[in-house]
Write a protein that binds this ligand. Structure first.
Ligand code: FE2
Length: 398
């Protein structure tokens, strides 16, 4: 990781503001879950979707394992089983529940997990108050906060899947604006060819996958100022986009056929009318809203149908200063690969990003579910090309 020191050990004010920030980020996770019922907390309808209860515990386990157990003298783990239950994918740390089995964890019950959160929060706050944390410790806590913000977005997409796949379409929050952004930009931005710097440079936090500023040659290109809306995508559907192999990658076409896909996730045609499930409920599609829940195959097929393409992640980053991004994650035409100077950190933290750099595509930007300020123009999100359940949309390039 790479960041400035948000706390100088002799500055109690900045230490207090760091503690306040820690508390605020942690509280938002609980707040997101506060609108759920007890039964919603446990289900795992597909392997990719983790139970909300698991997110609450796993984000806590991160601080317990990487900070308190590692650095706080006399720290007693809350429950010795939790390492096995709530480790996500860290082989350095040890064995764990299979991802697909997270929904089997009816125990520990949610109230115990809430006590776990409170216990870790109080131990961590105490640790910060009573010691002069080292740069390494501060960086781990900061990473834990950024990790928790990522899980907040996953929580919202997982909650949407859990409720949206329920035949009664229960609402999450009638006032939610997370997945109902309206697009009001039009036209294309032209970028001149040249050599451009790519990667994070600055004094704030960034993930290791953004580091190693390097140069990339970009040819002349144009990039849409707007994200694709439901109206535009429905044209593709109605024109038989899902019935014609010629728009699709071979893998994408196999995916369409095998799963009998007719539309993006959470979209339904009912009595001739397009409907969708959003976090604010089951409702008519508003055509001007930003399309979400397409996978990479769909994004690429739509672009091909339009006679255009997706931007590469480098083109996106070069254009980003002049784009109003942040309404949906944007699939790029770039495979998720290490930058030329990428380094894998020592120990478990080194498992955070590097080992996922195969068979996934990069998404850039942010969505309405992203923690405010969490993303930046060098931020690299990534998912497997077949996955639709994130707030992922399309920006065209040519
Ligand atoms: Fe995680």
């Amino acid at each position: 990781m790479h960041q400035t020191h948000p706390v100088s050990s002799d500055e109690n004010i900045s230490k207090q503001s760091f503690i306040d920030r820690y508390k605020a980020v942690r509280a938002r996770t609980v707040d997101i879950c506060s609108k759920l019922k007890a039964e919603d907390m446990v289900v795992q309808p597909i392997e990719d979707v983790s139970p909300p209860k698991w997110h609450l515990a796993h984000s806590t386990w991160f601080f317990e394992t990487f900070l308190l157990s590692a650095f706080s003298e006399n720290y007693k783990v809350f429950d010795t089983d939790f390492g096995y239950l709530f480790n996500s994918y860290y082989n350095t740390i040890g064995e764990r529940v299979l991802r697909a089995n997270r929904g089997n964890l009816s125990r520990p019950i949610t109230s115990v997990i809430m006590r776990y959160r409170a216990y870790v929060d109080s131990c961590l706050t105490e640790f910060l108050e009573n010691t002069n944390p080292t740069q390494e410790q501060i960086e781990i806590i900061e990473l834990g906060l950024q990790h928790e913000m990522q899980h907040q977005e996953l929580l919202l997409t997982d909650i949407k899947y859990i409720l949206g796949m329920n035949p009664t379409f229960p609402r999450y929050d009638v006032n939610s604006l997370v997945d109902t952004a309206v697009e009001n930009e039009t036209g294309f931005l032209s970028i001149a060819e040249g050599v451009y710097p790519i990667g994070y440079e600055g004094q704030g936090f960034c993930f290791d996958n953004e580091l190693g500023c390097h140069k990339v040659y970009i040819h002349d290109f144009q990039i849409a100022k707007s994200l694709v809306t439901f109206n535009e995508y429905i044209e593709f559907i109605e024109a038989g986009g899902y019935q014609d192999f010629k728009h699709w990658h071979a893998e994408g076409w196999d995916w369409v056929k095998k799963n009998q896909i007719l539309s993006p996730m959470h979209m339904y045609k009912v009595n001739g009318e397009w409907m969708r499930y959003s976090l604010s409920g089951f409702q008519k599609v508003v055509g001007e809203e930003v399309l979400v829940h397409v996978n990479y195959y769909e994004a690429a097929a739509f672009a091909t149908w339009k006679g255009m393409r997706l931007p590469t992640e480098f083109e996106w980053e070069v254009a980003a200063d002049n784009l109003k991004w942040g309404k949906a994650w944007e699939w790029t035409n770039s495979a998720y690969l290490p930058y030329p100077k990428f380094n894998i950190a020592e120990g478990a933290i080194g498992e955070y990003n590097g080992k996922f750099m195969v068979n996934q595509m990069v998404l850039r930007g942010a969505s309405g579910a992203t923690f405010p300020g969490h993303s930046r123009k060098s931020y690299r999100n990534f998912f497997h090309p077949h996955l639709q359940w994130q707030f992922s949309g399309i920006r065209l390039a040519k």
